[in-house]
Design a binder for this molecule. Structure first.
Ligand SMILES: Nc1nc2c(c(=O)[nH]1)N[C@H]1C(S)=C(S)[C@@H](COP(=O)(O)O)O[C@H]1N2
Ligand SMILES: [Mo]
Length: 198
């Protein structure tokens, strides 16, 4: 990765998806209020079409082997933040534990506070998809999804669900919170898959 200073001098279209503008801030985009989560009661579950259902508390979850990635972040409202380091547990690690059944094709990500989003299981298994608890080397703040959020850099930001509580593997695709309000089922920023009608 180049330095941020060199990227700043690039025209916005050079290395960001079409229709996006670069910001160096980290705006907060939340529908409604941030949920209050007590780490002592925090739980992460994975269930549905799996051979082994799991329920982890914070120490069980953070004892899994973590990874660090650097990735762009693209919100459908057109801001992109180019350099973000995220640290957390790859979803592929969770997948090895839960062992999806052959008919598991999609994931519904459920959040504290009621938000949800849907993703293809195959996209979730890419190596840069994390259940992240650090951003730019700091513990995730509450407003950015702390204690833990999904990060899926190859999709628009609404699919990077904050305050993740559970991941349900399903056979038929179904819309999450924004997808049922017209946002795209896949949401690839490089293809400008913003809204369902596009
Ligand atoms: N639970 C939850 N996750 C969410 C949202 C939300 O409203 N609730 N907003 C989404 C949207 S639209 C974006 S762009 C990103 C923004 O993440 P940030 O607030 O950390 O910048 O979070 C996504 N994840
Ligand atoms: Mo967004």
């Amino acid at each position: 990765m180049g330095k941020l200073s060199s990227k700043r001098n690039c025209p916005p279209h050079f290395n960001t998806p079409p229709g996006q503008f670069i910001t160096e801030k980290f705006p907060v985009l939340t529908f409604g209020k941030s949920p209050e989560i007590d780490l002592n009661n925090w739980e992460f579950t994975a269930y549905g079409l799996v051979n082994k259902q799991i329920k982890f508390n914070w120490s069980e979850f953070t004892n899994l082997k973590s990874t660090k990635i650097t990735a762009q972040f693209h919100c459908v409202t057109q801001w992109s933040r180019l350099e973000n380091t995220w640290e957390g547990i790859p979803f592929s690690t969770i997948s090895e534990i839960i062992q999806p059944k052959p008919n598991a094709r999609f994931a519904m990500v459920h959040c504290y506070g009621g938000y949800s989003t849907n993703l293809e299981l195959s996209s979730m298994l890419e190596s840069n998809v994390l259940l992240a608890y650090k951003h730019d080397n700091q513990p995730l703040t509450t407003q950015h999804g702390g204690p833990m959020r999904l990060v899926i850099p190859n999709r628009y930001g609404w699919k990077s669900a904050k305050w993740v509580k559970g991941i349900e593997l399903i056979e038929q695709n179904a819309p999450g919170f924004w997808e049922s309000r017209g946002y795209h089922m896949y949401g690839d920023p490089w293809k400008e898959q913003r809204f369902q009608a596009d």
